[in-house]
Design a protein around this ligand. Sequence first.
Ligand code: DGL
Length: 279
Amino acid sequence: VTGSRTVAGTAPIGVFDSGLGGLTVARAVADALPHEDIVYLGDTARVPYGTRSASTVVRYARSCAAALRARDVKMLVVACNTVSAVALDMLRVELDMPVLGVIEPGARAGVAACHGVGRLGVIATAGTVASGAYERAVAGVDSRVEVVARAAPLLVPLVEEGWVTGDVPRLAARRYLAELAEARVGALVLGCTHYPLLAGILEEELASLAARAIPVVDSAHATAAELAATLEERGLATTGRGEGRLQLLVTDLPGRFADVASRFLGRDVAGLGVEQIDL
Ligand code: DGL
């Protein structure tokens, strides 16, 4: 985390993602830091990012970050693995505030969960896997741990469709995880914002394929913990107030917005203010 700017501790935390999947991170942040205000931006008009080129994702990330900066956020959380994979360094250089991505916390939590086993499994979007970002992040934590990363693109539309139980996600999960089980990974990192909704199925299928329990790490919780520590360190934490407010900004309002958003957030979004903005 780099950068500095004078903002009040009561200013909101900015969180953005390519769409609504990053609400899994916003949810973990709200649980860990209940007094903090959060402004969440989902670039629903341009989702998915995971299938796009790095230069396009960098361009999109820049516009999302600028929109949140204009709302005077005290810190930026990049709640998208694909953006964290290809645009985090650029955002840290260009922005005058602390910027936290999801890959470094996920890599740290994954290495810790490996318990000395030399291989860490990662499933993510094609863009994240192609970037090699998890390999770099894990090498920075423990160079003895080898990353086995696989793209699992079908899981994103399944989660958006609400198919998080039953045969269809189970078979898709099994197909994607077979190679990781064969590689005898010591833990699995869910390297995409959508996957926490399938955590139970992924854990069960991986255990069944490997014939033993393998810990599954969700980077949302690791990111929220790291965010809490960063705010504390920098004297930016809010304490002693009522419950923080969550504000939602989107670039498009798809038909099933409330339904999909509520699923990711784990609570009804009906009472929250949703604003559509142009980037
Ligand atoms: N938010 C993206 C990620 O975590 C997944 C959805 C997308 O492809 O945009 O990588």
